[in-house]
Design a protein around this ligand. Structure first.
Ligand SMILES: C[S@@+](CC[C@H](N)C(=O)[O-])C[C@H]1O[C@@H](n2cnc3c(N)ncnc32)[C@H](O)[C@@H]1O
Length: 409
């Protein structure tokens, strides 16, 4: 597949100051036009087909708008009694297998990386057509492309000060954008220190494969990034880190994904760029929330984990003065019409992507506000906020925003 391209627009304007804490931070919006080369003529039937499935799902779920599906209580992660989900699977062989990989990073690869499927993956042609032409596919590719350009600018900025840029990618998945950008810079003599963190060995294994192909050095860390005790070090021997360490050891025999647990340290306050894409929309708007675990040393129990404002502060703590935190969030509505963004009903009602908290800009800024109000983040450390918005020609909608928070020097 050819690489997707986009052009960057100029920042539109500084928003006026207001009395509210976080609204006083200089904020600008930056629009990125994105034209997707993966979309093909099938979009002509994919769009109405997905609309028809959405109507079926709405009837079944008794709702009239995708907004009503946000925070819907569920008893199973994917309900196959839902006639829309069933029809999607019956019409398109292979989709059911793909649904079973959601929400791991491997499921994203259908949308971003059809040329190089993960080992053992068989995507049927109908599944691939949907991956190329659905709004989420376009949105995820646009996000990856925009993130690549923001990373590119930041790496150049740091390299111009004669330092090696340090990047920490949290919930990195296959880490395609960071690895590719770092590797491009290496060809120009700029060596980037790249640390990748995820709970999932398969994703870290994919990142390793790509890094090897690109000749890029990386360090991988298997950590739970919402661990309230912090994710910097393994030696915080609470239940969740012990569980992760044991499952690391269990994977050692696997040729592709087996790696010794990394006992290095993730150093707070030392990264020029911390990126967290495709993760923030899984966190609830609460400071902490209980996670129920089963069968850790044969025990069941409850661990408190970070919700969105607390996680924001944990990620912010990793950024060094002058550096940036990049956080992505799936949008809730079309920024011009206020209506649900394109195919939100497909994501929530047909695919039934679990745990998703789509948010618009004010809601993401409310979380930052909560983090400052709770004194988790010191408002004075935030120098500026740039909101990167992507309107794609194929969807005429913005599916994801990327929020760039810059730390004061
Ligand atoms: C949708 S993927 C996003 C991957 C990548 N950042 C991207 O934009 O392509 C979400 C990733 O979050 C990881 N993840 C989920 N919960 C996590 C946790 N508690 N700690 C660390 N990683 C986690 C998953 O394993 C998955 O790789």
């Amino acid at each position: 597949m050819p690489k997707a391209t986009h052009a960057i627009g100029e920042p539109d304007a500084f928003l006026p100051d207001s009395t509210s804490d976080v609204n006083d931070v200089p904020r600008l919006s930056r629009f990125h036009d994105y034209s997707d080369r993966y979309v093909d003529k099938n979009i002509e039937w994919v769009d109405p087909y997905l609309e028809e499935l959405t109507e079926l799902a709405f009837d079944y779920l008794g709702v009239t708008s995708a907004f009503e599906l946000i925070n819907r209580k569920r008893t199973t992660s994917i309900d196959f009694d839902n006639p829309a989900t069933r029809k999607l699977c019956e019409d398109n062989p292979g989709v059911r297998n793909w649904l079973s990989t959601i929400p791991t990073a491997l499921s994203l690869e259908l949308l971003t990386n059809q040329d190089d499927p993960p080992i053992g993956t068989t995507w049927s042609e109908p599944t691939k057509v949907l991956g190329r032409n659905c709004a989420d596919g376009i949105g995820v590719r646009a996000r990856e492309s925009v993130a690549g350009d923001v990373l590119q600018d930041e790496i150049s900025r740091v390299a111009n000060t004669n330092r090696s840029p340090k990047i920490l990618s949290l919930a990195c998945g296959a880490a395609r954008a960071v690895i590719q950008v770092a590797s491009r810079h290496r060809q120009n003599g700029i060596v980037t220190d790249l640390s990748l963190v995820d709970t999932d060995w398969q994703s870290l294994g994919r990142a390793r494969e790509l890094a090897r192909k690109e000749g890029q050095q990386i360090q991988v860390f298997r950590r739970n990034i919402v661990d309230l005790e912090g994710f910097q070090r393994y030696h915080t021997l609470n239940q969740s880190s012990v569980a992760l360490m044991i499952s690391d050891l269990k994977t050692l025999h696997l040729p592709n994904y087996g790696h010794l647990p990394n006992l290095d340290v993730i150093t707070p306050g030392s990264y020029d760029i911390v990126d967290v894409l495709g993760f923030f929309e899984y966190l609830k708007n609460v400071e902490t929330f209980p996670f129920h675990y089963d069968k850790v040393f044969g025990n069941r129990g409850e661990l408190m984990q970070a919700g969105a404002p607390r996680f924001l502060s944990m990620a912010w703590e990793m950024v060094q003065p002058g550096g940036v935190l990049l956080i992505g969030n799936m949008n809730r509505s079309n920024s011009r019409t206020g209506q649900p963004r394109k195919q939100l009903g497909v994501t929530l009602g047909v695919i039934q992507w679990p745990h998703i908290q789509p948010r618009d800009e004010p809601e993401v800024l409310d979380i930052l506000q909560s983090a400052t109000t709770l004194e988790l983040v010191d408002r004075r450390t935030i120098q500026s906020i740039t909101v990167h918005k992507t309107i794609t020609c194929d969807t005429e909608d913005d599916i994801y925003n990327i929020y760039e928070f810059r730390k004061s020097e």
